[in-house]
Design a binder for this molecule. Structure first.
Ligand SMILES: [Fe+2]
Ligand SMILES: [Fe+2]
Length: 182
């Protein structure tokens, strides 16, 4: 059987789902486990999301009909919500707290929702829009890119951005608490 980018992306979704399941099982005392699971999740999620945004989504958009364009816009908006709001909120929580547990649960639920949408809608459309040869080529390109310096740099950059946004977010929430006089 030929390799297929849609199969690779789906396998990565499943891997993420299983990591989030493991994270849900941790307790507030399992700080090290939580930190290392979060690290593993990000190392898997960031290259996946970046490549979708930079290669797969644009290629899909070029061939999509009206429904496909809406699906594309939806997927991209979800990526942005995760990147700009969900991940920074996770990073501004201490891993030994219920806040961390709650925020990572939402993170996992959003990823599961987003992955389902991709699998049930976008990937279904993509199976019609791209030939088996094209899907095999994309899969090969993705593997090569993931091993590249560019991929490593983007992951590192994204992590730095998340920390920066987390610091800004926790500053913002402190202000809100103070304003409320709590
Ligand atoms: Fe995605
Ligand atoms: Fe995906």
């Amino acid at each position: 059987m030929k390799r297929d980018i849609l199969k690779t992306l789906k396998d990565e979704h499943d891997e993420l789902r299983s990591l989030f399941d493991q994270l849900k099982e941790t307790t507030d005392r399992g700080v090290k486990t939580r930190q290392s699971l979060l690290e593993t999740i990000e190392n898997s999620l960031i290259p996946h999301a970046k490549w979708e945004e930079q290669v797969f989504y644009p290629a899909f958009k070029e061939r999509a009909d009206r429904d496909g364009l809406q699906t594309h816009a939806e997927a991209l908006a979800e990526h942005h919500a995760v990147e700009n709001s969900v991940i920074p909120e996770v990073h501004s929580a201490d891993p030994g707290t219920p806040e961390f547990a709650g925020r990572t649960k939402v993170f996992g639920e959003l990823i599961d929702h987003h992955a389902k949408e991709e699998e049930n809608t976008m990937f279904k459309m993509a199976r019609e829009l791209f030939s088996a040869e094209e899907r095999a080529q994309l899969d090969e390109d993705y593997e090569v890119w993931k091993a590249s310096d560019d991929a490593q740099q983007q992951v590192a950059q994204e992590k730095t951005n998340a920390q920066r946004k987390a610091a800004a977010a926790s500053k913002g929430s402190q202000t809100t608490v103070n304003e409320q006089g709590q």
